[in-house]
Ligand binder design. Structure first.
Ligand SMILES: *[C@@H]1O[C@H](CO)[C@@H](O)[C@H](O)[C@H]1NC(C)=O
Length: 335
């Protein structure tokens, strides 16, 4: 794949990217038409000639998005994504699972959210999980990446089983959410669709709405490739299995965290994590029950100002078709 090799300057990067592209290629990649439908945005969603790459654009008129044709109960969901370049303040690119359309009052959700920034400042990544309508308890974490995600494609993956959720960036696990007694029904447990969207999050995305989308720099383009939908598609009402993906490449689907990956994850979290809900005393006088408080981590995260992002503003819902309950995130975080 040419795009992996087009912008390389450093030898170290070549090695890293080679590993990434190999692992993405081994995965059971599907074409857009085999797994997805357009969600919104008309011409702002463009399927490339190979049928396997999709461009989602945001301009003055609209954002855009796509959604999986099926709902899945558990599985491995992945895409290589290249984010918009240059001035991207206020822009949100989301790669996530949800069933808010089906269960508006008690939906589940697993999120990767990419938050644009002013020029010269990097994109940030946020992960979050909701279960059974637990929108009063946001479980956000935020990270800086160790690369510029607008320069090349990188692989972002969600592994969801009945006992844990793992978020991966380029095959490195960055977060594990374990199902536990403490989390109870807040652990996602109903079939979900996979979504990818780009939208105007001016009121929310960059320093809590301080920097809005500047359409002078439009169109903003997010590129998606190496689409993997590997799980059991189910009928959401009957919850009976329709079909489980047993395609070639299944053996490359991760099933957990190896020892080496665990070390990498710990190193990533030490260096790159800038926010964890577990340490946000403004939102939670008492940390949610699954939180294990690490004093060193608390000390480290204290230097990042939790109020600089995502607090105190209503989340704009226009055009991005997130769940209605998402708007309440801003309410709860402003307390
Ligand atoms: C989910 O929430 C509903 C109420 O909205 C409740 O009746 C049900 O027991 C909850 N399920 C779980 C697994 O906690």
């Amino acid at each position: 794949m040419g795009y992996y090799h087009s912008h390389l300057r450093l030898f170290g990067l070549v090695v890293l990217v080679a590993v990434v592209s190999t692992s993405a290629k081994n995965l059971p990649i599907i074409s857009f038409d085999d797994g997805y439908n357009k969600l919104f945005g008309d011409d702002n969603l463009m399927i490339l000639r190979d049928g396997k790459s999709v461009h989602l654009t945001l301009n003055e008129r609209t954002g855009s998005g796509f959604v999986s044709q099926d709902l899945y109960i558990h599985g491995f969901f992945s895409a290589s994504i290249k984010l918009p370049t240059d001035y991207t303040a206020g822009i949100v690119v989301a790669f996530y699972m949800s069933n808010a359309d089906m269960f508006p009052k008690n939906h589940d959700e697993i999120d990767f959210e990419f938050l644009g920034n002013i020029r010269g400042k990097e994109w940030r990544v946020q992960t979050n999980v909701y279960g059974n309508g637990s929108t009063d308890t946001g479980r956000e974490e935020r990270y800086n990446l160790w690369f510029d995600p607008s320069e090349d494609y990188h692989q972002y993956s969600i592994l969801w089983t009945d006992s844990y959720i793992i978020f991966y960036v380029d095959n490195i696990p960055i977060r594990v959410v374990k199902k536990s007694e403490a989390m109870g029904g807040d652990y996602p447990s109903k079939p979900m669709s996979l979504y990818a969207t780009i939208w105007d999050g001016s009121d929310w995305a960059t320093n809590g709405g301080k920097y809005r989308v500047n359409y002078k720099y439009a169109p903003f383009k997010a590129e998606f490739s190496d689409l993997v939908l590997h799980g059991c598609a189910v009928d959401p009402i009957e919850q009976v299995s329709k079909k489980c993906d047993k395609t070639q490449g299944s053996e490359y689907i991760p099933t957990g965290v190896t020892r080496l990956q665990r070390m990498r994850m710990e190193s990533f979290r030490k260096r790159q994590m800038t926010y964890s809900y577990c340490y946000d005393r403004i939102r939670y006088k008492v940390a949610p029950p699954e939180c294990v408080i690490n004093p060193q981590e608390a000390e480290r995260l204290r230097v990042f100002d939790p109020v600089t992002f995502g607090h105190g503003h209503h989340r704009q819902r226009k055009h991005h078709r997130r769940s209605s309950s998402r708007a309440s995130l801003a309410d709860t975080t402003s307390v």
